[in-house]
Design a protein around this ligand. Structure first.
Ligand code: FRU
Length: 487
C-alpha cells in the first residue's frame, strides 16, 4: 500500500500537494463555502506564500481549485480575509456583487533590513476562480510596525462601514473604511492584557449571542500568538470577550484571565467565515491543525498540513462566566455510518463490543455519570495508543499522545494535554473525532476542546474503553465511522 495516503485525513481538508498553513479568506457566497489557505506550492515547508483555494457545498467534502493568489512585486501573499461587497462600496462590481480579498503583502528586503508588511486587495467576478489585484495596492501601510499583518474585515451594520482588525506586533489595531480602499485608524487593543508569549497574529472580531439570547450580544476577539522557543506549548490561540462600539473594543472582566480557544497543541491561526446567511446565523470557524513549534518537521509525504474540522462557535455562561464554546459543524452528521449504539453499559460490555474493530476515521460520543473517570484508547496497535478521557478527580478533559506513534521529531510533541471542565452537570459528555493523523475531543458540549495531531501506524486501528469503576455503567455510547458522503 502507498504510504502517502496514510497521512491524509479522510474527512479533514489537506492540499493535494506541498505545504499548507493558515486558513484564509473564508467566505460563503452563492452556495459555496470558500476556504483559501497559506500555500507554498513548491515546497514541503513555508516559502513563497500563495493563497491556495478549496470550496465545499456542505463543509464535509472539499474540492481543491487552482491557486487563487500568486506573489507579485509587492511580495508574497500572507494571511487575510475575504468578504462579499454586496453594495459595490469598492466600485469593483458594476454588474453584480462579488468577492474582495484583503490580505498582507509581505516583502522581503535586502540582507539586514526587516521585511515590509502592508495590506492589499484583490477582487473576483467569478466566485473566486480568478482574481484581479487592485491597481492601488497596498491600501494600508504603517511604518510603526514591522509585524503588521493578517487583516480580518467585516461589515459593521450599525456604522455602515467596513471594520478591519489587523495584528500589529503584540497588539491588534482596528481601522474602518467606507470602501475597503481608504482606511482610518480607530483604536489599538492588547497592551497589558492577554498572553504576550509570542507575536500576535490572525485576529478576528465578531458578535455572538450569550446563551442564544438575542438581547444579549457580546463581541469575541480571537488572537493567535506565535511560537516562542521559551514556551513548550508553541503557537496557540487566545480569546477575549467584551463590547465593541464600532471603534473601540472594551474587554469585560473575564478577559483579565488568559483564556485559550483550544487546550491541545494543534489548532492555530483559525478565524471565522464571513457572510454566512443570516437565516443560518452560525459563526463557523476553522483552524490550521498544526503548531509552528514543529510544523515543518511533522511526518509527511507529498503534502504537509491539514485543517481542523469546521466548527460552530457559541457563547455560554457557566457559573457567571462567559465561555467560548466550539461544536463540530452539524453537517458532519451526514458523514456518519453507525457502528455501535449502546445504553447503560459497563466498560467490560463496551470492550466486548469494541474488540476486533479496526477503525482509523471515526467518531465516538459517550455520556458518563458525574464523578466517573473514563475514556478511550484510540488508534491502538503494537506499542501505540492515544488516550483521551475525563478525569473526574481533577475535573479535566485530556488527551495523552505520548505513545501515539511517531512523536520523536520534536521534543515537545509527546505529552498530555488537559482542559478544565467548567461546572460539570449531572453528566459529562465526550465527543471524539479520530482521523488518520488527528484527534479532536469536545468535552461537555464543546466547552473544553483539545485538538492534537497524532502519527500512528496505519495498522494501529484498535479501540478500547477504560473506566475507574468497572461496575458503573456509561450512560450511553455511540461509535460511528466517518466517510465522505457519496458524490
Ligand atoms: C500565522 C502566520 C501569519 C502569516 C502567515 C504566513 O501562522 O505567521 O501571521 O500571515 O502565517 O504564512
Amino acid at each position: 500500500a502507498s504510504t502517502k495516503q496514510n497521512y491524509r485525513g479522510v474527512y479533514h481538508f489537506s492540499p493535494q500537494a506541498k505545504w499548507m498553513n493558515d486558513p484564509n479568506g473564508m467566505v460563503y457566497f452563492e452556495g459555496e463555502y470558500h476556504l483559501f489557505f497559506q500555500h507554498h506550492p513548491d515546497g514541503m515547508t513555508m516559502g513563497a506564500m500563495h493563497w491556495g483555494h478549496a470550496v465545499s457545498k456542505d463543509l464535509v467534502t472539499w474540492e481543491e481549485l487552482p491557486i487563487a493568489l500568486f506573489p507579485d512585486e509587492l511580495g508574497m501573499i500572507f494571511s487575510g480575509s475575504a468578504v462579499v461587497d454586496w453594495n459595490n462600496t469598492t466600485g469593483f462590481f458594476a454588474d453584480k456583487p462579488g468577492l474582495v480579498a484583503i490580505f498582507t503583502h509581505h516583502l522581503d528586503m535586502p540582507e539586514g533590513q526587516p521585511p515590509v508588511q502592508r495590506q492589499s486587495l484583490a477582487y473576483s467576478h467569478d466566485n473566486g476562480r480568478t482574481w484581479t489585484k487592485y491597481e492601488g495596492n497596498p491600501v494600508l501601510e504603517d511604518d510603526a510596525f514591522i509585524d503588521f499583518r493578517d487583516p480580518k474585515v467585516f461589515w459593521n451594520r450599525e456604522t455602515g462601514k467596513w471594520v478591519m482588525i489587523v495584528a500589529c506586533g503584540q497588539t491588534v489595531c482596528l481601522y474602518h473604511s467606507p470602501d475597503l480602499i481608504h482606511w482610518t485608524f480607530a483604536s489599538e487593543f492588547g497592551k497589558g492584557i492577554g498572553s504576550h508569549d509570542g507575536v500576535w497574529e490572525c485576529p478576528d472580531l465578531f458578535p455572538l449571542y450569550v446563551d442564544g439570547d438575542t438581547a444579549n450580544i457580546k463581541w469575541v476577539m480571537l488572537v493567535s500568538i506565535g511560537a516562542d522557543p521559551a514556551f513548550a506549548e508553541g503557537s496557540r490561540t487566545q480569546y477575549f470577550t467584551g463590547d465593541f462600539d464600532g471603534n473601540v473594543f472594551t474587554p469585560d472582566e473575564d478577559s483579565r484571565t488568559i483564556r485559550w480557544l483550544d487546550y491541545g497543541r494543534d489548532n492555530y491561526a483559525g478565524v471565522s467565515w464571513s457572510d454566512v446567511p443570516e437565516a443560518d446565523g452560525r459563526r463557523l470557524f476553522i483552524g490550521w491543525m498544526s503548531n509552528w513549534m514543529y510544523a515543518p518537521q511533522t511526518p509527511a509525504e507529498e503534502f504537509r498540513g491539514a485543517m481542523t474540522l469546521p466548527r460552530e462557535l457559541y457563547l455560554e455562561s457557566r457559573e457567571g462566566k462567559i465561555l467560548l464554546v466550539q461544536k463540530p459543524a452539524q453537517e458532519l452528521e451526514a458523514a456518519r455510518i453507525p457502528v455501535l449504539s449502546l445504553k447503560d453499559v459497563t466498560v467490560q460490555e463496551i470492550n466486548a463490543s469494541l474488540a476486533g474493530l479496526q477503525l482509523d476515521a471515526y467518531g465516538i460520543a459517550a455520556k458518563l455519570p458525574r464523578g466517573m473517570s473514563a475514556g478511550f484508547k484510540v488508534r491502538v496497535g503494537a506499542g501505540e495508543e492515544t488516550v483521551t478521557g475525563i478525569d473526574a478527580q481533577t475535573g479535566e478533559l485530556y488527551v495523552d499522545r505520548a505513545a501515539s506513534g511517531q512523536a520523536g521529531f520534536h521534543e515537545h510533541f509527546p505529552g498530555r494535554h488537559s482542559a478544565a471542565l467548567q461546572a460539570p452537570g449531572e453528566t459529562n459528555d465526550l465527543c471524539i473525532f479520530v482521523d488518520r493523523t488527528s484527534v479532536e475531543v469536545f468535552g461537555n458540549g464543546g466547552q473544553a476542546v483539545i485538538t492534537d495531531l497524532i502519527f500512528p501506524k496505519p495498522e494501529s486501528a484498535g479501540i478500547a474503553a477504560f473506566a475507574d469503576h468497572e461496575e458503573t455503567p456509561f450512560l450511553s455510547l455511540e461509535v460511528y465511522k466517518l466517510a465522505l458522503p457519496a458524490a
